[in-house]
Ligand binder design. Structure first.
Ligand code: SAH
Length: 224
């Protein structure tokens, strides 16, 4: 899989890909992530990519020209399955959506800034708009990092224990059960007896019951 992220702040996106599971997935060649500086596609002397909003009002708007230049240049090299724009009014990111994106070959993620991007970019270049929650961020970079993390970690081979990602919350519409590690007793607080029993089938049943219970209590909407 290849992910091209278009941003005015590539430095902001370097660290998330240099550690842990994402770094390993990149090192193994399971995914290639390119940070593309939108300013490189500006034809202005100052490399600016934004301008005042038509009709007035506070806040700058990212213009169509550098974005179009950048996306067209990428598209001339290869086909893209999706051109994603991170946006608070987009479709809410879900595990189901991340699963689906992880099966794609080439995607672009465009990070917005300021007041957002010229609407014509959304109409003519963007194929999918994703929000990571009902709040407003300063820019799309952190949203892009969240999308990439949730997508890359489920690419087969990214996590060493293949089953691990499948037992996380939201796969099967259930929240994950509680987990414990050594010591078996701390300050008089004990780990549930069954987890020490070594009886795999009973442990699986217990975990499933706990998942169900937790989902009923915390996220009944998932069970509908
Ligand atoms: N004026 C816009 C917000 C702009 S915030 C509005 O009211 O809808 C600047 C940029 O941050 C956006 O263009 C978008 O790319 C990104 N962004 C902000 N909140 C986001 C969210 N919840 N999910 C994904 N991207 C977000």
């Amino acid at each position: 899989m290849r992910i091209d992220i278009i941003t005015v702040l590539p430095q902001l996106l370097e660290s998330p890909f240099q550690h842990s599971i994402l770094k390993r997935a990149i090192d193994k060649g399971l995914v290639e992530v390119n940070l593309i500086n939108l300013r490189d596609y500006s034809t202005h002397k100052q490399k600016s990519v934004d301008d005042y909003a038509f009709g007035g009002g506070a806040g700058m708007v990212m213009g169509i020209e550098p974005i179009a230049n950048c996306i067209n240049s990428l598209k001339s090299e290869r086909n893209y399955d999706e051109v994603i724009y991170t946006s608070p009014d987009g479709e809410l990111l879900s595990q189901k959506m991340s699963n689906q994106i992880s099966t794609l070959n080439n995607i672009i993620i465009l990070c917005g800034h300021y007041k957002g991007i010229d609407e014509r970019v959304r109409e003519h270049f963007i194929t999918k708009e994703i929000s990571i929650g009902d709040y407003v961020l300063s820019g799309g970079e952190l949203a892009a990092a969240v999308i990439c993390d949730s997508v890359i970690r489920i690419i087969p081979g990214a996590i060493s224990d293949e089953t691990s990602a499948l037992t996380d919350s939201f796969q099967d519409n259930l929240l994950a059960p509680p987990v414990y590690t050594r010591p078996a007793e701390y300050n008089g607080w004990k780990v549930p007896e069954i987890l020490l029993s070594g009886h795999t089938a009973n442990i699986d049943n217990w975990r499933h019951d706990q998942s169900l219970e937790r989902t009923k209590k915390r996220r009944p909407d998932l069970l509908k």
